[in-house]
Design a protein around this ligand. Structure first.
Ligand code: PMP
Length: 280
C-alpha cells in the first residue's frame, strides 16, 4: 500500500510523522474525503474547493492548487490500483515546538493522503436501510470547517455502535444538526427537508448534489431545522456523505420510519446520485 506524505509516494510503513506535528498535538488541521467510483473521483472539484476554504478559515496555507491536488489524488489511486473506494487528504499546520499560538510563518504544512479500497456503490446497508440514534451535539461553534478535531463525532459514533446502529444524528436545542459523519434529511410527502447551511454544520458536498437532483426530480425542498419529534413522523429519511452517498434510514431511536424499508423517493435519489457519480 502506497501513501502520500509531503511530496513523496511511500510504502505505508515508511510514512512517519514527528510527534510534534500540530495535527497530533492540537488536532490543528483539515481533512477531506472523496469517493472513487469506476476509477473516477466523485464530486471532487467541490471537495477540493472545500479543503481550500477550510484551510483558509484557520489560516493554513494551501500547499497545492486544485489541479495539483487532483493530479496527486489520481496518481495515488493508480499507484494503489483503487478503482472503487475513498481517497483521504489531510493538511496540518506542520511540525514545531509545542505552543498553542501559530508556529513561525515558514513552517511547512504536513500533507498526507491515503486511499481505501472499498465497495461504495453496491453497499448492502443501502438495500436494507440504516438505523440511527439521536445523541447530544457536543461540538464547537465552527462546524462548517472540516477540522480533524473530531472527538465529539468519535463519541457520537461510538454511541451508535453500542446501540447496534449505523449512524448517530446529533441534536442541539431539540433539532437535528447532522450525522456524526453525514448530513441528515427527512422526507414528508414529496418534500425533502434538511437543515440550512450555517456555522452549525458542515456544508456537505453530497448534500448540495442531492438537493440539486431532488429539485430536478420535481421534489419540493425545505431548508429548515428538523425537530427530532418531526423526524420520527417522517415518511422517509436518509443521510448523505462522500462514502455513504444517499443512505436510506429505516429507524430513528427505535421508531420505524415509513414502512421500515428504504423509501421510494430515497431509493430514487440514491440511483440518481450513483448515475452522476459514475458519469464523473
Ligand atoms: N457532516 C459531517 C459532520 C461530516 O463529517 C460529513 C462527512 N465528511 C458530512 C456531513 C457529509 O459531507 P460530504 O457529503 O461532503 O461527505
Amino acid at each position: 500500500r502506497i501513501v502520500y506524505l509531503n511530496g513523496e509516494f511511500l510504502p505505508f510503513d515508511e510514512a512517519r510523522v514527528p510527534i510534534m506535528d500540530r495535527g497530533f498535538l492540537f488536532a490543528d488541521g483539515i481533512y477531506e474525503v472523496s469517493a472513487i467510483l469506476g476509477g473516477r473521483l466523485v464530486d471532487n472539484a467541490a471537495h477540493v474547493a472545500r479543503l481550500d476554504r477550510s484551510l483558509g478559515e484557520i489560516g493554513i496555507r494551501n500547499p497545492h492548487d486544485a489541479a495539483e491536488w487532483e493530479r496527486l489524488q489520481t496518481e495515488l489511486m493508480s499507484r494503489n490500483g483503487v478503482t472503487e473506494g475513498l481517497v483521504y487528504m489531510q493538511v496540518t499546520r506542520g511540525v514545531a515546538e509545542r505552543d498553542f499560538a501559530f508556529p513561525p510563518a515558514d513552517t511547512a504544512p504536513t500533507v498526507m493522503m491515503f486511499t481505501q479500497a472499498k465497495t461504495v456503490a453496491a453497499n448492502p446497508l443501502a438495500e436494507k436501510g440504516a438505523r440511527v440514534v439521536t445523541v447530544e451535539d457536543l461540538r464547537w461553534k465552527r462546524r462548517d470547517i472540516k477540522s480533524v478535531a473530531l472527538l465529539a463525532q468519535v463519541l457520537a459514533k461510538q454511541q451508535a455502535v453500542e446501540a447496534g446502529v449505523s449512524e448517530a444524528w446529533m441534536v442541539e436545542d431539540g433539532a437535528i444538526t447532522e450525522g456524526s459523519s453525514s448530513t441528515a434529511f427527512i422526507i414528508r410527502g414529496r418534500t425533502v427537508v434538511t437543515r440550512p447551511l450555517s456555522t452549525a454544520l458542515l456544508p456537505g458536498i453530497t448534500r448540495a448534489s442531492v438537493l440539486r437532483l431532488a429539485a430536478e426530480a420535481d421534489l419540493a425542498i425545505e431548508e429548515r431545522l428538523i425537530p427530532v419529534a418531526e423526524a420520527l413522523e417522517a415518511t422517509e429519511a436518509f443521510y448523505t456523505s462522500a462514502s455513504a452517498f444517499v443512505m436510506p434510514v429505516i429507524e430513528i431511536d427505535g421508531r420505524r420510519i415509513g414502512d421500515g424499508v428504504p423509501g421510494p423517493l430515497t431509493r430514487r435519489l440514491r440511483e440518481l446520485y450513483l448515475d452522476i457519480a459514475r458519469a464523473g
